[in-house]
Ligand binder design. Sequence first.
Ligand code: ATP
Length: 549
Amino acid sequence: MSSGFSQRGGRGGDFGDEAGFRSSRGQRGRGGRASGVSHRGGRYGDLDDEESGIGSPRGRRGRGGRTTDLSGRGRRGSDLDDEEDDSGEEVGFRSPRGRRGRGGRASGLSSRGGRGSDLDDEEDDSGEEVGFGSPRGIRGRGGRMSTLSRRGGTESDLDDDDDDDDDDAIEFGASGGRHNRGGRAEKMGSLGSRRGGKVRDVDFGDRRSKGRKMSDFGSSEDDSESGEVDEDDGPSGFEDGLSGDDSGQEDFVNSAAKKSVSSESVEQETVLGTRDNGGADSYLSQRRFDECSLSPATLKGVKAAGYERMTAVQEATLPIILKGKDVLAKARTGTGKTVAFLLPAIEVVSKLPPHDHDKKRPPISVIVVCPTRELADQAAAEANKLLKFHPSIGVQLVIGGTRMALEQKRMHTNPCQILVATPGRLKDHMENTPGFATRLMGVKFLILDEADRLLDMGFRTDIERIVAALPKQRQTLLFSATVPDEVRQVCHVAMKRDLEFVNTVQEGSEETHSQVKQMHLVAPLDKQFSILYGLLTDHISENVDYKVI
Ligand SMILES: Nc1ncnc2c1ncn2[C@@H]1O[C@H](COP(=O)(O)OP(=O)(O)OP(=O)(O)O)[C@@H](O)[C@H]1O
């Protein structure tokens, strides 16, 4: 699981005195184990932080902890003097678990692309006291406390016995949905099939309901012609289901989803605190992997990886992919896409005739193209995990930023059937690595992960070149969080006419999966950065697989 704090566009001060920020774990949460805070388009100014009592969400009284290197540019961006403050001012930051934290440990945050802020944590004598309350309503020492609504409410009530002046208030709320007082819940349920249209629509039932079968698969109707098509001869189901703008498409594909959503409302669990595991597996469907036609070795790998039940995306796409169909899956990040496309890919490779060892190198059978190195790295790691009981299948990673010669050597000495790559580097190998283009003639499976992002990042030409260099007789999967025109155009170029569109994103739903915990905070502008800093620091120190956006 990964997480990220998203602050798009660097909107920090829209709330006047009460400037709020909201975090959403994994919102378009790429970048994997990033060790940095990336501020897209946002700039932080220099912040003078009066006594910054940024405590741990766990509430350790982390006074005098490690200080910080807060800069991607190698400079010290933050000086936190965590001294005892006897001025009377106390900025408190309450733990989600109700314990008070002050001071707080800090560690190295890098600020990629953004400007590091200077945090001067000086004593302040203003007498201001700001408390950061617990969601459980336990009063923070010396500070205001927050009573946080547990049900999907993002607005926190700050009960301040002493002071009604909201200017100083720091609120901390949480929600599976933004500003979601009513507790909107993500739901999933039966997967309907648009017959003839090849547009599948995940009907979002109650994800949190227990013991109920949630997904039902409609049969895949597939009698249209196959084979790669020209750009002007697009996939038929695709045209049926996806013409027009994105919102229109969603209306089309989600009508069933809308119906079921309106009929049920689901109690939102507390999402404060990243380790409050209350609904940890709520994103899983009831369908188990062993109900799928996976080989015993693959199933053993799945089990060894700790997966038993499928996520919604896996449940919706796996059976179709295993039938050999091209699939365009609209799915959000962090929903289990990687496993969804790797398992069928592994199955395809495992069924291929054994490699003739007289030949120099086995052909590459699967190509996974990811937009970033981190994502590629994650996908390769996941593949290795799942391949535990397929010792003859190898995975290689080719990504920018590493020495090509090294990759060439590795590919030469370690034959691989599954290649995970970023587009630029893959193209480089196609053009410059002897024998590589020939090995690509064996490709049976092409996966374009996060296609919208690949295109956003300007990889369209590279993708088209890659597609053109691969055999036409292959299966192609395209996963994307959104399906704008450009993605559709790539589908036309790269996929078969009878592709199936599987939409696992509920119309109007948040971009982020409900399983991805979210919280928001309303704080005075001058405290925002220090609070964010404390949150991130704590999060990073406690979550090995953190992801920061
Ligand atoms: N069926 C499952 N059961 C339990 N955990 C799962 C399952 N499928 C995937 N996971 C875990 O969920 C997390 C997210 O999965 P994954 O990385 O595949 O999502 P993703 O949609 O590909 O995300 P990203 O866009 O960040 O790559 C991973 O830690 C993965 O190990």
